[in-house]
Design a protein around this ligand. Structure first.
Ligand code: PLP
Length: 478
C-alpha cells in the first residue's frame, strides 16, 4: 500500500456476526489475495472508520483481533502493519481456478497449478538477509582475492555447515570431511563415481528417487531396485540382492523420510541395514534431503551420526529444501579416501564451487538467519501439512488413503484398488493441475504403485484447497 493511502474494502456482512469480525475477514482476504503484502502499513483506525463509515471502536476491535491472530503487528507510535513473517501471497503467477460454474471453461484455462514432489516455498525464503549477505560477500577478502580455492568448497562454509550439522543432526564429522557441491545431485554423482567402477551395482529403493538413479548410471553404475514397504526399504530383499550380486558396491537410502512414501526407517531396520552393509562390504549413501522438517515424535538422527563406523556412510544433504532449489548448494560427508576421490572428480569438471554464493550462505548460518528461517518454515509447512491432510480426509477418503507423515514435505496418497494414478493424473492435467503418479518413482513399470506424492509446502492454503478440488474432480470414471 502507498504511504497515506486508505483502504477501499468490501465488507460482506452476515447479520449473525459482529461487524468487527466481518472487517477482520475482509482484511485477511486482502492479505491472502496479495493486495496487502507483508510489512504493508494499514490506515489509521480513524481514517479507516471514516472511509468505511464504521464506528472507530469496530476498526480498533478488528485490528486487535488480527494482531492477536498474527496477521497484523502493531508498532508503538508507528502504526499497524501486515505481519512481516507471512508469505507474500500476491506473487505474479496468480493461480487461476477455472471459471467452471457450468463445467465448460475448465479446459481453456492455461495457467497450471503444480503439486510438486515436496519443494519448499521460495516465497518465504529470507531474501532480504540473503541480499545483504550477497553484498557483503562481494566485498569480502576471499572473494576479492579472486584466486582458485579448494575443490571441496570454501572452508568457511564447510566449517559453518559442519557445526550446524553437529548441533542439529548429531554429526561429529568436521569441515575436512565435507565437500560442497552444486546441489546434492552433484554430490550423488560424485559419490557413485568414487565408489563404483563401471558395471558395478548400487541398490536403490523402489519406489524411489529417479534423479539419484540417473546420477548413478551417469557415473557408470547399474541400479538394482529394492522394494519399499510400509516400514521403508525391505532388508530381506536387500539381503537377497547382496547375496546374488557380487558386484554390489553400495546401497542408496532416504531413511529420514523415504522418497516418495515419506516413511521414517525405524530403529530396528536401521541397525539391520548397518549390519548388512558391514557384512556385504557395502557403502551406504544416505540422502537426508529434508531433515529439518520433523513435525512429530523424537528427533531421529542420521545413520551417519552413529558412534560405530563399521559400515562406511556417504552422507548427502542439501539447502534446496531449506531455502530454494535455485540455490545450488548441497554437500557430502564421507570417509577420507572416498572424499578425496570425490574431490578429484569434482575438480576435473568444476574446478571449485561458487565462492560468492558459498560466502553469502556461510554468513546466513553464522548470523542465525538460516536457523530462524528453518523454525519459521517448519511452522508454516506444518500448518500446510495439516491443512492438506484435512482436505484429503474430507474430499478424497472414499477413493484413497494416507498415513499422516511425521515429517517431510509431502503426503503419499494411496488410491483404492482398481484406480489408476496415471489415468487420474491425465484427467487432472486436463483441468490444469499437474500431479506426480506412482509410476514416476518406480524403477520397473511392473511394480508402479497406484499413488500420488503430494508436496504441500510450496502451496499456500488456498492453493492447496484449489488443488484438492481439482484432484477430486479428476477421479477416473467419475
Ligand atoms: C530425494 C531427494 N534428494 C535430493 C534432493 C535435492 O536435490 P538438489 O540438492 O540437487 O536440489 C531432492 C530434491 O527434490 C530429493 O527429492
Amino acid at each position: 500500500m502507498g504511504k497515506g493511502a486508505t483502504l477501499a474494502i468490501e465488507i460482506k456482512q452476515d447479520a449473525r456476526e459482529p461487524v468487527f469480525l466481518a472487517l477482520s475477514r475482509a482484511i485477511i482476504a486482502e492479505i491472502e489475495r496479495g493486495r496487502l503484502k507483508p510489512g504493508d502499513p494499514l490506515p489509521g483506525t480513524r481514517a479507516l472508520s471514516k472511509n468505511l463509515t464504521l464506528n472507530r471502536n469496530t476498526v480498533d476491535a478488528a485490528y486487535h483481533e488480527l494482531t492477536m491472530q498474527g496477521w497484523l503487528v502493531a508498532e508503538p507510535s508507528r502504526g499497524t502493519f501486515v505481519a512481516g513473517d507471512l508469505p507474500d501471497f500476491g506473487r505474479e503467477s496468480a493461480l487461476t481456478e477455472p471459471a467452471d460454474a457450468d463445467g465448460q471453461n475448465v479446459r481453456t484455462h492455461r495457467q497450471k497449478l503444480n503439486i510438486s514432489d515436496g519443494l519448499p516455498d521460495a516465497r518465504i525464503a529470507p531474501t532480504v538477509p540473503l541480499g545483504r549477505a550477497f553484498r557483503k560477500a562481494l566485498t569480502s577478502p576471499p572473494f576479492l582475492k579472486s584466486a582458485y580455492g579448494d575443490p571441496r568448497g570454501c572452508l568457511i562454509l564447510r566449517k559453518a555447515l559442519s557445526q550446524y550439522l553437529k548441533d542439529e543432526r548429531g554429526l561429529t564429522l568436521g569441515a575436512d570431511d565435507m565437500l560442497i557441491a552444486r546441489g546434492s545431485q552433484m554430490a550423488l554423482y560424485l559419490a557413485a563415481s568414487a565408489i563404483a567402477e563401471p558395471g558395478s551395482a548400487i541398490a536403490v529403493e523402489t519406489p524411489g528417487y529417479p534423479l539419484a538413479w540417473a546420477a548413478f548410471r551417469a557415473a557408470g553404475a547399474r541400479v538394482v531396485g529394492v522394494p519399499v514397504d510400509g516400514g521403508g526399504i525391505s532388508l530381506k530383499s536387500l539381503e537377497r540382492i547382496a547375496e546374488r550380486e557380487d558386484r554390489l558396491r553400495a546401497v542408496y537410502v532416504t531413511p529420514h523420510h523415504q522418497y516418495p512414501t515419506a516413511v521414517t526407517l525405524g530403529a530396528g531396520r536401521r541397525l539391520r541395514l548397518l549390519d548388512l552393509a558391514r557384512r556385504h562390504r557395502l557403502t551406504i549413501i544416505e540422502d537426508d534431503y529434508d531433515h529439518e522438517y520433523r513435525f512429530a515424535g523424537h528427533p531421529v538422527l542420521p545413520l551417519a551420526a552413529r558412534a560405530d563406523r563399521s559400515a562406511p556412510v556417504i552422507y548427502v544433504g542439501s539447502l534446496s529444501k531449506i531455502l530454494a532449489p535455485g540455490i545450488r548448494v548441497g554437500y557430502a560427508m564421507a570417509p577420507p579416501e572416498v572424499l578425496r576421490r570425490m574431490s578429484d572428480r569434482r575438480e576435473a569438471v568444476d574446478r571449485q564451487g561458487d565462492v560468492f554464493l558459498e560466502l553469502a550462505l556461510s554468513e546466513l548460518i553464522a548470523d542465525g538467519t538460516l536457523r530462524r528461517h528453518v523454525r519459521k518454515a517448519r511452522r508454516v509447512y506444518l500448518a500446510r501439512r495439516n491443512h492438506l491432510a484435512a482436505l484429503l480426509a474430507k474430499h478424497l477418503s472414499h477413493v484413497s488413503e494416507f498415513v499422516l507423515p511425521a515429517g517431510g514435505l509431502a503426503i503419499w496418497l494411496r488410491l483404492n484398488p482398481g484406480l489408476s494414478a496415471e489415468a487420474w493424473a491425465v484427467n487432472a492435467a486436463d483441468l490444469g493441475l499437474s500431479l506426480l503418479p506412482g509410476v514416476h518413482f518406480s524403477l520397473g513399470p511392473a511394480r508402479a504403485p497406484e499413488a500420488f506424492r503430494l508436496g504441500f509446502a510450496s502451496l499456500d492454503e488456498s492453493e492447496l484447497a484449489k488443488a484438492v478440488r481439482l484432484i477430486a474432480k479428476s477421479v477416473p470414471g467419475a
